[in-house]
Unconditional design. Structure first.
Lengths: 162, 494, 325
């Protein structure tokens, strides 16, 4: 993507966000009591101000994009490699599963799996070390957080650690 | 009582092995606690608090102060090494510290962080000892209108950390302001963007947002291209900071320390804005302005001076007024109360021995910090030798534990992940993350103080210009904005 | 730890889980959730009782601060926990009397919890800054009628918010919502600072947080809400001023579990608390901070909290303070 394209898309995106906020987000999800004495004190005043500012910045970005160079930026990371997209998706799935597993499996066991899976996702050159670390790091962290810092690390429903 | 008598009284309570040992142990705990992201200086102080119940008052308080000071410095270690601020105050250190580590200069960056921290610590302690009374009465003249003007001015630092495009910096800042509106409304207590979820009512946890914005995008970027780092001179930072570096950054360090003292003595602002303000001032004054954000050592020095300058100064409102300046001092005040001490003007009359004992302890703490910090740097430097594809999963696991520990809430881990993707998207789109963070911290303060001012005056806006302090900040805000506008016009012409 | 060590840990863990079904409560550490931040009144109170209570329980108590939304985040965490007695809450006047009375949007009600004890009562007090020139309640009320009086609190729906409104209402201010301005702050420390620096005229909160400011002569106490005078506060009691109903206006700390907590667990807590509050060091450090130790058994605690809730709820409805949005 060229700087021009980035700037243009950002501008467009900001304008859309501003409109969405003003028309849907703020009326729907910011509740304001009926007895507000003055408009500047209303809970919606600041969100509306921000929506307005987002709109201005969006328009500014759109205008500025006309002056940007249309040549592709050499430092920009190009999104062509399909495997890269696959890895991104995999990481997103890992994160979602982590959220699901944390309260059920317990933090230590989840962390071990997360460690091992991400290390292989990153195609580590030291698979054995990675596996050993995957077991030891969460255990060491558990020992520290639970027994030194006294944090109630989630234990899950299956195997409890002392 | 003369100064000499007070000092002797102070010495008599503090001159014991236990007191100095507690201080030293506190600094060790603090550096380690601060260096663990999520654990942070606040948590480390909170965890140490119960141990002080059984100690002598002065010993217990010195222990906590040691943890506090160690923690603020310790936070810079992971900020530099793994781009994860150990404590919110060290988020400005990332801007130049992490690029330095990427260039293989981790040792130099850490060394500078330590030197700047210790210098700022000394300045801050001296300010506390010499000007506590004066600064405290100044702090009491800060009501909501003064705060509003000060924070408006602080928001102009966004221009200094926006990088190549001011517009994208502004976009980032507005995004931060928007996310900061989540939670309960201050004045009416109604829900704003909570989507019916009780976890959202408290707002997004600051540390979860912070770690999500800085550390997680690095991990996601690694999934995108696992071999991007190969061939870069990252491995090892056996470079050391030189005296020439220190001398070159000295002006920035002193300026940062003074900013820290000033912001620290006003309750309610905290160390992170101070570090950013110090950073952006250093950048503005530096001849190497172009190099800031790409690994400029003066940037590290300025941020660390800015946040450590706050540490001693937050004790000014605590001791002189009995008012906590931030979360950490709120915990420390708890320790005073447990021992039946009542911080405030009377304490300078009733408990002179304790006050001067604390002063003596504080002066010694700067020396201890230097010793412990030097050892810690040597110990933690190995992190830059760990293969990056082992390090990143470890960072991810560490962040999960740490972010959970902040508020014992799994929801915060989800916030961290979500913010990680936001941060990654911003990285891809060349949107700087620092303005987001500054806005996220300052946005609620700006809004709250505005509305409190309006409540005070019955919605009469003239209260925002009620005295010399507000006039001063409005004036510097306008001057800064004019300067920024001029800079923007200069660029297309060049 | 080696791999062998891990398998040992596995084995221990498995044994512990296997024995869970037959063992008697409690057979593992109990999570105690503190819904307010470290260093606050609830936190200090909870951590002071933690030691004697831990001795009585015989298993470690793991203290966890879950802060946010005026105590609601931590309370919800316990509301949703399994009612097995291994997740308990330090409930407080703000989270469990004032909040339910004031907020229609609160994600929990009193019925979602089972209170096993209340162990501490905090007298409340109102104070002003010396620079205001006010020294008595009468002078304050006279000033209210002139207009321009405001009070600070640690947030909407917090104890100081309701306390100030109740005091004003009891002293005959006709239209509390409009005659006096509420200037909410973020946190109890900020609420007192607001009075010190003149942002607000007065604050009503628990006496222990005001004690150091009163001792330092930075604030003047106008009133304490208990029938007995409070040490260190040179101010009339509510009964002296003929406002006996203000005696209801006290802070408290107690312990609650999720609704559905078994009876035997609740009974055990009652016995443990009776033992823990006998500890001389606990008594000493609590009274030094101005708290009154008053132990209630599960039945009494539920009645007390429900009673206070009803009083507050009526006041909130009368004044139109309820937050519906």
């Amino acid at each position: 993507m060229s700087p021009k394209a980035i700037q243009f898309r950002l501008g467009l995106g900001a304008c859309c966000v501003a409109l969405l906020l003003a028309l849907v987000g703020i009326p729907g999800w910011v509740s304001s009591p009926s007895n507000v004495s003055n408009i500047v004190l209303s809970p919606t005043f600041w969100p509306y101000t921000l929506a307005l500012m987002t709109g201005f910045v969006g328009i500014g970005l759109l205008l500025a994009s006309r002056h940007e160079s249309p040549d592709p930026d050499p430092t920009h990371i190009e999104g062509t490699d399909p495997k890269a997209w696959l890895r991104l998706a995999a990481l997103a799935v890992i994160m979602m599963l982590t959220m699901f597993a944390l309260p059920r499996l317990g933090m230590v066991w989840t962390a071990m799996i997360v460690f091992a899976v991400t290390a292989f996702l990153f195609r580590t050159r030291h698979p054995i070390t990675a596996l050993v670390c995957a077991v030891l790091v969460p255990l060491a962290l558990y020992a520290f957080f639970a027994h030194v810092a006294g944090v109630a690390i989630p234990q899950g429903n299956f195997v409890r650690l002392p | 009582m003369s100064l000499a008598d007070s000092l002797m009284a102070g010495l008599s309570v503090v001159a014991s092995f236990e007191a100095f040992f507690a201080l030293f142990a506190g600094i060790c705990i603090g550096v380690v606690g601060g260096a663990i992201p999520g654990l942070s200086a606040t948590m480390a102080v909170a965890l140490t608090l119960p141990f002080t119940f059984t100690l002598q008052p002065i010993t217990g308080i010195l222990l906590l102060l040691g943890v506090y000071k160690g923690g603020i410095f310790g936070g810079s270690i992971p900020a530099i090494l793994i781009k994860t601020p150990g404590t919110p105050a060290s988020s400005a250190t990332i801007l130049d510290g992490h690029p330095m580590a990427e260039k293989g200069e981790a040792g130099r960056a850490l060394g500078m962080a330590l030197w700047a921290s210790c210098t700022a610590d000394v300045v801050s302690n001296l300010a506390l000892i010499l000007f506590a009374g004066w600064l405290a009465s100044f702090a009491l003249s800060f009501g909501p209108p003064e705060f509003f003007a000060l924070i408006l001015f602080s928001l102009t630092i966004i221009a200094g950390v926006s990088g190549e495009s001011l517009l994208r910096g502004a976009l980032s800042a507005i995004l931060g302001l928007l996310l900061a509106t989540i939670g309960l409304d201050l004045v009416y207590g109604t829900n704003r963007f909570t989507f019916g979820d009780p976890n959202m009512m408290g707002g997004l946890n600051f540390i979860a947002v912070l770690i999500g914005l800085f550390a997680i995008p690095e991990i996601i970027a690694m999934a995108w291209n696992p071999t991007a780092h190969l061939g870069k001179a990252r491995s090892l930072g056996h470079t050391k900071v030189s005296f020439a570096d220190y001398r070159r950054s000295f002006r920035s360090i002193i300026r940062g320390s003074l900013i820290g003292v000033f912001l620290g003595s006003i309750p309610g602002i905290g160390a992170a804005p101070s570090a950013f303000l110090s950073y952006s001032e250093a950048r503005r004054k530096s001849p190497n302005r172009e190099n800031f954000g790409k690994g400029e050592i003066e940037g590290v020095a300025a941020s660390e001076a800015g946040n450590n300058g706050v540490a001693g100064a937050t004790l000014i409102p605590l001791l002189a007024l009995g008012v906590p300046g931030d979360v950490i001092t709120a915990i420390i005040i708890g320790a005073f109360m447990i021992h039946g001490l009542q911080p405030g003007p009377m304490m300078f009359i009733l408990n002179v021995d304790i006050i001067y004992g604390l002063f003596i302890g504080l002066i010694v703490s700067s020396v201890f910090l230097f010793i412990v910090g030097s050892v810690a740097i040597k110990g933690f430097r190995f992190v830059s030798d760990v293969p990056k594809r082992i390090l990143m999963p470890a960072v991810l696991v560490l962040c999960i534990y740490g972010v959970f520990a902040v508020n014992n809430n799994i929801f915060d881990v989800g916030v961290m992940f979500a913010m990680g993707w936001v941060g990654y998207l911003m990285m891809r789109m060349h949107i700087p993350a620092a303005p987001f963070l500054i806005a996220f911290i300052l946005g609620p303060l700006l809004e709250d103080n505005f509305r409190q001012s309006m409540l005070m005056s019955g919605s009469d806006p003239s209260i925002l210009l009620r005295g010399p302090i507000t006039w001063f900040f409005w004036a510097v805000t306008i001057i800064t904005i004019v300067a920024i506008a001029r800079n923007i016009r200069k660029i297309p012409r060049a | 730890m080696t791999l062998k060590g891990t398998s040992v840990a596995f084995a221990i863990g498995a044994v512990l889980t296997a024995s869970a079904a037959v063992a008697e409560y409690p057979e593992r550490p109990i999570n105690m959730i503190i819904p307010y931040g470290a260093g606050g009144a609830t936190d200090i109170s909870a951590r002071t009782i933690a030691e004697p209570l831990g001795n009585a329980v015989g298993k470690p108590l793991v203290m966890a601060n879950v802060t946010g939304a005026g105590g609601a985040t931590g309370s919800v965490a316990v509301q949703n926990a399994k009612p097995d007695g291994y997740t308990m809450l330090f409930a407080r006047v703000g989270s469990h009397s004032v909040n339910p009375a004031m907020k229609a949007t609160l994600p929990y009600t009193l019925d979602d919890f089972r209170f096993v004890t209340v162990y501490e009562i905090n007298p409340a007090a109102c104070a002003v800054s010396p620079s205001s020139g006010i020294t008595t309640m009468d002078a304050l009320i006279a000033k209210v009628n002139e207009g321009g009086v405001s009070y600070s609190s640690s947030g909407v729906g917090s104890f100081p918010h309701l306390a100030s409104a109740m005091v004003m209402s009891e002293f005959g201010v006709a239209d509390v919502m409009n005659d006096v301005t509420h200037i909410p702050q973020k946190g109890g420390g900020a609420a007192i600072t607001a009075v010190l620096n003149g942002t607000a005229t007065f604050v009503c909160t628990n006496s222990s947080s005001l004690a150091s400011f009163v001792a330092n002569k930075q604030l003047i106490p106008l009133l304490v809400t208990t029938s007995e005078p409070v040490v260190g506060f040179d101010a009339p009691t509510a009964n002296d001023l003929g406002k006996d109903s203000l005696n209801q206006l006290v802070g408290w700390t107690g312990i609650a579990g999720p609704d559905g907590l078994p009876d035997d667990v609740a009974e055990k807590w009652g016995a443990w608390m009776a033992e823990a509050t006998q500890d001389p060091q606990f008594t000493e450090s609590m009274t030094a901070r101005g708290s009154v130790i008053r132990l209630m058994d599960p039945v009494e605690a539920n009645e007390f909290i429900q009673g206070q809730y009803n009083v507050f709820r009526k006041l909130v409805d009368d004044l139109g303070m309820r937050i519906e949005g």
